[in-house]
Design a protein around this ligand. Structure first.
Ligand code: DC
Length: 224
């Protein structure tokens, strides 16, 4: 029997990673955070001093770049040329770089095989923007996880404050709205709900309720 893939897509800050990670843990599936891969490329580009809009500079940075995933006690670590950058990629600046590099077709092609490969070797829950539409169009379970922009900003704001980052709510909301637009309007693999995805709006749900809802969708799909 082949492996089971669960695709979880949705906008920034919908809680995809927290919910997908917890659901994967309960099911004994491998959790794959594809945003971390785009963020790692964003970090590499930023470190080279390339401007986020500089497509030629982004393309020049790709050859020889190596992105890989490692799992330690079930937690995903992302490596950029062997360096664990899991923490370094979690800043608003790198999120913005990630959004820009992810609009470049060569960058998406660069990551496609790595992402598909994960699904051929493990039962996975993979989160991103185009998993159900482009990366794993045949995934038996697809979930589009969303929440209102205000709810997402509120959650992200608290998360960043807890990490000690200096942010304002309005700044976080503006970042989220800008990234939503960039991610939805880009020409290649835009953020879009797959026709056969189940829509889950977590605006009024607690984290625990969101995890339960995801597990229930998975169970029902696998049953039927
Ligand atoms: O989920 P995240 O915030 O870590 O993602 C960072 C950026 O990467 C986001 O702005 C869009 C992009 N991304 C993408 O284009 N495709 C994916 N499968 C995952 C992320």
């Amino acid at each position: 029997m082949g492996f089971i893939s669960v695709a979880v897509d949705g906008p920034s800050g919908a809680g995809k990673s927290t919910v997908a990670r917890a659901a994967a843990e309960r099911l004994g599936f491998v959790y794959v955070d594809t945003g971390a891969m785009y963020r790692s490329i964003g970090l590499a580009v930023c470190r080279r001093g390339v401007a986020e809009e500089d497509t030629a500079g982004i393309l020049e940075a790709l050859p020889g770049m190596e992105i890989s995933l490692r799992y330690e006690e079930g937690a995903q670590h992302v490596l950029l040329n062997g360096e664990d950058v899991s923490d370094a990629i979690r800043t608003p600046q790198i999120a913005q770089y990630a959004s820009k590099v992810s609009a470049v077709p060569e960058v998406r092609r660069f990551l496609l095989n790595l992402q598909r490969d994960m699904a051929t070797k493990n039962n996975i829950i993979m989160d991103g923007r185009d998993i159900g539409t482009v990366i794993l169009p045949d995934a038996p379970v697809k979930i589009f996880l969303t929440a209102s922009a205000a709810c997402r900003a509120e959650r992200r704001y608290k998360e960043l404050l807890e990490k000690g980052q200096q942010v304002t709510f309005d700044g976080v909301l503006a970042d989220i709205v800008r990234r939503d637009l960039q991610d939805s309007l880009r020409a290649v693999a835009p953020l879009k709900q797959a026709d056969d995805a189940v829509l889950l709006d977590t605006s009024k749900l607690t984290l625990e309720q969101s995890i339960d809802a995801v597990l229930q969708i998975i169970h029902e799909k696998m049953k039927g």
